[in-house]
Design a protein around this ligand. Structure first.
Ligand code: T5A
Ligand code: NA
Length: 212
C-alpha cells in the first residue's frame, strides 16, 4: 500500500513504580517531540475509558474484588483492545508515548506471586516497544512523593516486590534513568534517548512483537 514508504512512528514506553514521575515526563516528552514537528500522541495503560478499563479502575480503587489471574487478564485485554489502533498509528508515522505497558502487567502480577511465564503469555503478540524507559526510584523515595492515595497497589511493602519484579525484566532495550534527579534533568535525558529512537524508526527499523 501507499504507506509502505512512509517513515513509521516509534513506540516509546515509560515504566516504573507508582509516583516515579511517568505522567509528568510523558507530557514533557510529548511537547518536545511535537515542538520538533513530529506527529506524536500519548496514551496510558490502564486505559480506564473502555468497559474493560472501567472494571480495572473499579478494582484499583477497591470498589470491586477480582481473582489475581482475572485482573491480570483484564489488564492484558485492555492492551489488546488498543493493539490494532496503535499499529495503524505507528505505520502512519505517528510516534506513541505510552505511560505503562506489558512490563507493568508482568511486574505487578508476578509481585503477587503469580508465575512470571504465565504472566508473560497473554502479552505475546502485542507490539514490542522500540524503547522502554525505566524511571528508577526506590519504593521509599517514591512513597515520600505526596504520599500514596487509596489505590490498591500504593503500599510500600508491595512496591518493594514490584521493584524486584521489574529488575528481573530488564533487558538491553531498556534505558534506565535516575528518577530522583530534578525533573528537568530527567526530561533532557529522556529527550536524547527518545529522539534517537524516533530517528531509528524513521530510518526503517521494523516493528517487532512481544516478547522479542
Ligand atoms: N498496573 C498497571 C498493573 O497492575 N498492571 C498493568 O498491566 C498496568 C498497566 C495504575 C496501577 O495499575 C497497575 C500499576 C499501578 O499501580 P496508574 O493510573 O498508571 O496506576 O497510576 P501511577 O502509575 O501510579 O501514576 P502516578 O500518578 O502515581 O505516578 P506517575 O505518573 O509515575 O508520577 P507523576 O508524574 O504523577 O508524579 C508523581 C508526583 O511526583 C512528583 C510530581 O510532581 C507528582 O507530585 N514528581 C517529582 N518530584 C521530584 N522529583 C522528580 N523528578 C519528580 N517527578 C515527578
Ligand atoms: Na498510582
Amino acid at each position: 500500500n501507499h504507506n509502505t514508504n512512509n517513515p513509521r512512528g516509534a513506540l516509546i514506553v515509560l515504566e516504573g513504580l507508582d509516583r516515579c514521575g511517568k505522567t509528568s515526563q510523558s507530557s514533557r516528552l510529548f511537547s518536545y517531540l511535537e515542538g520538533l514537528g513530529h506527529s506524536v500522541e500519548s496514551c496510558r495503560f490502564p486505559d480506564r475509558t473502555t468497559s474493560v478499563g472501567q472494571m480495572i479502575s473499579s478494582y484499583l480503587s477497591n470498589e470491586s474484588q477480582l481473582d489475581d489471574h482475572t485482573i491480570h487478564l483484564l489488564f492484558s485485554a485492555n492492551r489488546w483492545e488498543k493493539r490494532s489502533l496503535m499499529e495503524a498509528k505507528l505505520r502512519s508515522g505517528t510516534t506513541l508515548i505510552v505511560d505503562r505497558y506489558s512490563y507493568s502487567g508482568v511486574a505487578f502480577s508476578s509481585a503477587k506471586g503469580l508465575d512470571i511465564e504465565w504472566c508473560k503469555a497473554p502479552e505475546i503478540g502485542l507490539l514490542a516497544p522500540d524503547l522502554v524507559v525505566y524511571l528508577d526510584i526506590t519504593p521509599e523515595k517514591a512513597a515520600e512523593r505526596g504520599g500514596y492515595g487509596a489505590e490498591r497497589y500504593e503500599k510500600l511493602e508491595f512496591q518493594k516486590k514490584v521493584a524486584q519484579s521489574y529488575y528481573s525484566l530488564h533487558d538491553a532495550s531498556w534505558k534506565i534513568i535516575d528518577a530522583t534527579l530534578p525533573i528537568e534533568d530527567i526530561e533532557k535525558q529522556l529527550q536524547e534517548v527518545a529522539l534517537d529512537c524516533v530517528k531509528k524508526c524513521q530510518k526503517g527499523k521494523s516493528i517487532s512483537l512481544l516478547w522479542p
